[in-house]
Design a binder for this molecule. Structure first.
Ligand code: SIN
Length: 292
């Protein structure tokens, strides 16, 4: 049966018709998923029974090289021994829930800030894929914002004024806002990356705001003015009409395009309930030839 998508969010987010992604190897279906990503920005696949190895395989089959320097990897070692498999969970290597003041928990709950993955790196993340393995009995949603719709809604004068602006993204900045401290060695290592504030999606030609909590400063602008503009734009882009909350079901697999969406984890009682997901993120490198 042909893979199809139906829109489930107000202006973006598609849900796929039944499919087992572990068995998808043909270029035609992989291209249909990529085309779905172009349209919806976020795709939800239900009932995906991935093992870690199968998830890693699928992510590379779909979009190439995996990111291994994501925010969790930058701050702590991961319990799977493979930094390309990001541990989105509130448990330690022994499977027990992390203590309230554990640095790994602090790093995890930083995902509650609106962000796109690895914008503090160059190349940054392109597609992120999150697989639900253990879910709490309470809601613990992931919320998404459509940065193309947010761009489209700006007036022409604002659009013109943003053209050509470049932004410095830094994990030191986003984590310091939350109270983390960094040594001089860490600061020297985590220099961040510069990206355009407005990106044009290469296949659809649509423009998107490229923002994240890591967005520290507009290059060549005075500090307060640059930060204020970034703050205003994030506030604009995360208005209800541009956002969608994904309510997790067991074995959901959600793919999002970091070039045109932001996301954040919503709080839940993480000192009582386990929540375990695995994330794989591909690098925003030139597209595979078959995808042009
Ligand atoms: C993430 O930011 O990648 C994870 C979001 C979540 O835990 O809901």
């Amino acid at each position: 049966m042909t893979l199809e998508f139906r829109q489930v969010g107000g202006c973006f987010v598609g849900e796929a018709s039944p499919i087992d992604l572990r068995t998808v190897h043909d270029q035609l279906t992989l291209e249909r998923i990529r085309a779905g990503m172009d349209t919806y920005g976020v795709l939800v696949f239900r009932n995906q029974l991935f093992t870690d190895a199968e998830q890693l395989d699928f992510a590379q089959r779909f979009d190439g090289t995996l990111h291994a320097k994501t925010s969790a990897a930058v701050l702590t070692r991961n319990r799977f021994g493979n930094e390309a498999l990001t541990d989105i969970s509130n448990v330690g290597a022994d499977g027990k829930i992390l203590a309230g003041d554990d640095r790994r928990r602090m790093s995890g709950i930083s995902n509650r800030l609106w962000h796109a993955d690895a914008t503090f790196e160059d190349p940054p993340g392109r597609y992120s894929m999150l697989s639900a393995r253990v879910l709490p009995p309470v809601r613990a949603d992931t919320e998404f914002a459509d940065m193309r719709a947010a761009y489209d809604a700006l007036d022409d004068e604002m659009k013109r004024s943003l053209e050509g602006l470049r932004v410095h993204h830094s994990i030191v900045y986003s984590r310091e806002v939350l109270g983390f401290n960094f040594s001089q060695e860490e600061r020297d290592r985590l220099k961040g990356a510069v990206h355009p504030l407005v990106r044009t999606m290469p296949r659809s030609g649509r423009k998107a705001l490229y923002l994240a909590s890591h967005a520290a400063q507009i290059i060549d602008w005075p500090l307060p003015e640059g930060r204020l503009l970034l703050r205003d734009l994030i506030e604009h882009a995360t208005r209800e009409r541009f956002t969608h909350a994904h309510i997790w079901q067991p074995h959901d697999f959600v793919i999002w395009d970091n070039r045109c969406t932001m996301h954040r984890a919503r709080p839940f009682d993480d000192k009582t309930y386990r929540r375990e997901l695995r994330r794989t993120t591909t690098l925003d490198l030139p597209l595979p030839a078959a995808a042009h």
